[in-house]
Design a protein around this ligand. Structure first.
Ligand SMILES: [Zn+2]
Length: 416
């Protein structure tokens, strides 16, 4: 039994930090455009570090700019409990995606300071670099380096659309740190995040206990036809790659509907066409698509249903359609001990919970392969996210913040 059940965060303080963050990279539509390692991201990082230092934390930064702010514990042998998420956003992003998880970690530190609570384990608030992948692909990069899924060299060499590398931006902004931080130095990870989907908001459940993740398969599809004059080329001799692409996009969407009953989802996210000129028949298209399903077997079934359709689409469009690259993530189960701590904290506090799988990627999913990790969801208005209209109220996030605080306290244990 945790004797600190009466410890409560200061929601006004958390909200004021969230609103300060909402000014840095603000868009006219009320959202945020704070791409990873942009000037605005650097301003936010410096603000975060200043706040952490004021709260008495020790700052460490690793080679890809992940920021670790540690509040000391009593036991020098006890490993820190990580609490955090990301401060970067999409181009038309919201004010809470990721940011809530980082600043909730900092509010947790403030609360412990205020109540003069010493924990056995240190608590480390973490900001992962480039979670969104909106500027440098792929997403969830900082946590992928931390967990060893990717190497720092790989991350440093990633380029944005102007050819600027992530490594150059880390150097320019002063965020290529020299601290070496590896998973074996830490105890566990807790990530508070808005749901980014409508389930909690619709059912008026204040706390989502995330038990695992959808399996996600990403594909790059290349389509080759032949260019020619958009006027005189006779219809029967055309091989228009955009026509093939439209058939593929429809097929991707139809697979999503086919598996809709079991919560399957499918999306074509991006299209590049060549020569992409007025007056020319497109000769080449590259598409990105992803398919998601609650189970690995279901995700596989979606992929094979999709691939089965390709020969028919090739024949119809007279173009070649090839899957040139594919990757997968998710499909992980989050740590039962940590999710139990979340559930029992919610029960003590009198909050209803709902077990959920996350359909979006999160840093905690990488981390879950090397550390006990879990995610707590708060409701968000209408489930709208990756959108300037993304919104929560204090009442939406207060239960999640309280549960995070109690679950982390239970994990980090009170000092004897
Ligand atoms: Zn996020």
């Amino acid at each position: 039994m945790n004797v600190h059940n009466n410890v409560r965060p200061n929601m006004a303080r958390l909200w004021s930090m969230l609103m300060r963050s909402a000014e840095i990279g603000a868009t006219p539509g009320g959202g945020l455009n704070r791409l990873a390692l942009s000037d605005d991201d650097a301003t936010m990082r410096r603000q975060f570090i200043d706040w952490c230092v004021e709260a008495g934390c020790r700052i460490q930064i690793d080679g890809v700019g992940n920021i670790f702010a540690t509040r000391a514990g009593r036991d020098p042998c006890a490993k820190p409990v990580l609490v955090g998420s990301h401060l970067d956003t999409q181009v038309h992003g919201g004010r809470f995606d990721g940011i809530l998880g980082v600043l909730a970690g900092l509010e947790l530190v403030h609360t412990l300071n205020e109540f003069a609570i010493t924990t056995k384990h240190p608590i480390t608030v973490v900001n992962w670099t480039n979670e969104e992948g909106a500027r440098f692909e792929p997403p969830m990069m900082g946590s992928a380096i931390f967990t060893g899924h990717r190497t720092p060299d790989y991350a440093w060499a990633r380029t944005d659309r102007h050819g600027v590398t992530l490594g150059e931006e880390l150097d320019r902004l002063g965020f290529k740190g020299t601290d070496t931080l590896t998973p074996d130095l830490f105890d566990s990870l807790f990530e508070l995040h808005i749901e980014q989907g409508p389930r909690l908001d619709a059912e008026k459940v204040p706390v989502g206990v995330v038990t695992g993740a959808f399996t996600v398969h990403g594909h790059v599809i290349q389509i080759r036809g032949e260019t020619g004059h958009a006027g005189p080329t006779p219809m029967p001799s055309r091989r228009n790659a955009l026509v093939a692409a439209s058939l593929v996009m429809l097929a991707v969407d139809e697979i999503g509907w086919q598996f809709h009953g079991e919560e399957g989802k499918s999306t074509t996210t991006r299209l590049k066409a060549e020569p992409n000129l007025l007056g020319a028949i497109p000769k080449f298209v590259e598409l990105n698509c992803d398919m998601r399903h609650p189970t690995a077997a279901g995700a596989d079934a979606m992929i094979s249903a999709f691939r089965k359709r390709l020969p028919e689409l090739e024949e119809r469009s007279r173009c070649s359609i090839e899957v040139t690259e594919s990757w997968t993530y998710g499909g992980v189960e989050l740590d039962k001990t940590c999710t139990d701590l979340v559930r029992s904290a919610a029960a003590r506090l009198g909050y209803a919970t709902k077990d959920l799988l996350t359909e979006a990627g999160h840093d905690a999913l990488h981390t879950a392969s090397v550390l006990p990790a879990t995610i707590i969801f708060t409701p968000c208005e209408g489930g709208v996210s990756h959108n300037e209209k993304e919104n929560v109220t204090i009442a939406d996030i207060e239960p999640g913040m309280n549960v995070l605080l109690q679950a982390v306290l239970a994990r980090a244990k009170l000092a004897e």
